[in-house]
Write a protein that binds this ligand. Structure first.
Ligand code: UDP
Ligand code: MG
Length: 169
């Protein structure tokens, strides 16, 4: 079977950062032998969080989920990474474990470190894309082309002269 090269978006969620699990999570993910092609720390805005979880908007816990991703219960930081390589999506999801941390394999990241809050939100430490379509949407949401060392999707150039941006003083 020929397995395609894929990209997948990984987020270490605010509970993972607050609990100092970044190193543990990255070590577990290194078992995949995939390549990290982008990485950064982000303070998620409400707009970004709502866009990321737009498929959950009808869930009763949606507002809690948005507040969780924004870091209101832990720390307002997320580590965003893009992993690249053969079968990247399945490999990463396997190490993450099931969505519900109580049902996840205890050896998986979510099984080992996740919890369910009294409000019913799964604080499950990590996000990983579930399919290629979701990965493309999510990677484009969290990263600009210049922030990845590969261009996994088509890009175009724009000349922008009339906008303000910060540069080092
Ligand atoms: N979630 C939750 N309760 C649920 C289902 C989902 O709190 O019953 C949260 C959980 O943090 C999960 C996120 O919503 O990671 C997105 O849900 P999805 O079904 O996409 O699961 P995932 O792809 O993260 O495994
Ligand atoms: Mg999902």
């Amino acid at each position: 079977m020929i397995v395609a090269e894929q990209q997948t978006l990984v987020l270490i969620k605010p509970d993972g950062l607050k609990k100092s699990l970044t190193g543990n999570v990255l070590t577990r993910l290194s078992e995949t032998k995939l390549t990290i092609i982008g990485a950064k720390i982000v303070k998620p805005t409400r707009d970004l969080s709502v866009a990321h979880y737009s498929h959950m908007k009808d869930k009763p816990f949606f507002e809690e989920l948005i507040r969780y991703l924004m870091g209101e219960f832990h720390t307002p930081r997320v580590m965003a990474l893009v992993y690249h390589g053969e079968d990247a999506i399945e490999k990463v999801r396997g190490i993450c474990g099931s969505t519900n941390p109580e049902e996840a394999d205890p050896v998986s990241i979510r099984g080992a470190y996740g919890r369910i809050t009294t409000k019913g939100v799964y604080e499950n430490v990590i996000h990983a894309s579930t399919n290629e379509e979701e990965a493309e949407r999510e990677i484009k949401l969290w990263f600009k082309p210049g922030e990845l060392i590969l261009e996994p999707y088509p890009v175009k150039e724009e000349v922008a002269s009339n906008y303000r941006r910060k540069v080092w003083a």
